[in-house]
Design a protein around this ligand. Structure first.
Ligand SMILES: [Ca+2]
Ligand SMILES: [Ca+2]
Length: 252
């Protein structure tokens, strides 16, 4: 009963904003991809946006403004924004709103996510999976005078420090930067029974003065392979061979 009441209370908040994640994403089939083109309806399953994130804390889930919002909008918030892919830096607010290629955007504010803003993807486990690659585009959508360094990191399990994979410094120009991690960098992700948290996070204060940039993430993708199961497959082969041997001996 408490659950039902809580859900009813959320309905009003869902009109313009979406709170935290939906269902968990269980990886299967060799790949996962997220275009963020549906974020007008809320965050994709497995994703959250947060503030108060630190080197060893996920922080607190924040709201997403689901209404299409222009890159130049200066309000501090996570937002549904147009992707950089189909537009130029001078695209009008109307053409941004009309674009069907969406991105998960953020403008930090003096009292919003600076530092501590994070885009977070949660993988409940990777049991039976290995050889991960991870890629996405980090987009500079509104070039402003302050600069934020974005850290890419992950944690296996629910406690301890995150492991840093890399970072992105403010390029100072509009556009999309592809980010990719492969092989050994993600070797620890193989066959994990614990939750893996991947983040794009502002761990330090922005530098400079004046306004903060609007950034977005788009075209997130994972690839992976199934770990071979030698015990099961091997047993089947051995029992098959024994059967053939037994049959051959009976016939001879
Ligand atoms: Ca997109
Ligand atoms: Ca900047």
């Amino acid at each position: 009963m408490r659950t039902i009441v809580a859900k009813a209370g959320l309905v009003a908040a869902l009109v313009l904003t979406s709170f935290t994640t939906g269902a968990a994403v269980f990886l299967m089939g060799g790949s996962y991809s997220e275009s963020f083109d549906g974020i007008g309806d809320g965050l994709p399953d497995g994703w959250s946006v947060r503030t108060g994130a630190t080197a060893d804390s996920l922080g607190t889930p924040a709201n997403l403004v689901t209404e299409a919002t222009s890159w130049g909008d200066s309000g501090g918030a996570f937002k549904n924004v147009a992707s950089a892919d189909e537009l130029t830096s001078g695209a009008s607010t109307a053409s941004q709103a009309a674009s069907t290629d969406r991105a998960l955007g953020l403008r930090q504010g003096g009292s919003f996510g600076d530092p501590g803003a994070a885009f977070v993807f949660e993988i409940p486990n990777t049991t039976g999976l290995s050889d991960f690659t991870l890629s996405f585009n980090l987009q500079m959508l509104s070039v402003q005078t302050r600069s934020t360094t974005w850290t890419f990191d992950y944690r296996i399990g629910d406690t301890g420090d995150f492991v840093v994979l890399g970072s992105y410094d403010d390029p100072g120009v509009f556009g999309s930067t592809p980010i990719t991690f492969t092989g050994d960098q993600l070797g620890a992700w193989n066959d994990q029974s614990s939750t893996i948290w991947f983040r794009i996070v502002a761990l330090t204060d922005s530098v400079g003065t004046g306004s903060r940039d609007t950034i977005g993430i788009d075209d997130f993708a994972l690839t992976f392979t199934a770990v071979p199961e030698p015990s099961g497959a091997g047993l089947a082969l051995i029992s098959g061979a024994l059967f053939l041997l037994h049959t051959a001996r009976r016939k001879s």
